[in-house]
Design a protein around this ligand. Sequence first.
Ligand code: URA
Length: 230
Amino acid sequence: MNRLDKYLAASGIGTRSEVKKYIRDCRVTVNGEIVRHADMKVDEEKDLVCFDGEPVSWSEFVYFMLNKPQGYISATSGWDPNVLDLIAEPFRNLFPVGRLDKDTEGLLLITNDGQLGHELLAPKKHVEKEYYVEIDIPLSEEDIEQISRGITYKDETYKPAVYKKISDTSFTLVITEGKYHEIKRMMLALGSKVTYLKRLRMKDLVLDESLKPGEYRYLTEEEIASLKAI
Ligand code: URA
């Protein structure tokens, strides 16, 4: 059982205050009856909830693609602004799948599906993550060779990555691990510094370039299915 306003908000109809207004405006019915109480309890399994006459489907899990802006940490609490601050209030119980550094932009999956999150992050699954990278000092041919063989920096080793040149100081990189500051540290090992980093893809999920930094959208059914096909 769930409160009607929570149910509607979690189904993506609108924020909690928006759905309260829809209820007041008599746009919501439960089992064919107009309801006026936002705190009414609905049974997700049995009750038919409609908005403007259209059934509202209930889904246990929510999946958002966020284009993470710089300046936000990939966490759910703390002093710094965090990525959930960008998400509408009814969805503040979600969490980001994996971490991007505070100054990294791009694709971040936000969900409450712990099982999927766990599988995507499991080291043995080797899920591909593709980044667009800008650096200060161009890499040599030998550096690029090194990237394809794997890199050791201080006491950490990084698995081989796939490099695709864009210009002398920009390229894409596909990595299959998610170690702390992985790309920045790989570049430091090669004597270069990352000046801009953006995640473009995780597995088959490609950042929707129509999302401006800070914007997010629901994943499509196809995107969810392909993420789950592990
Ligand atoms: N590698 C990094 O160094 N930082 C990120 O945010 C992601 C990958």
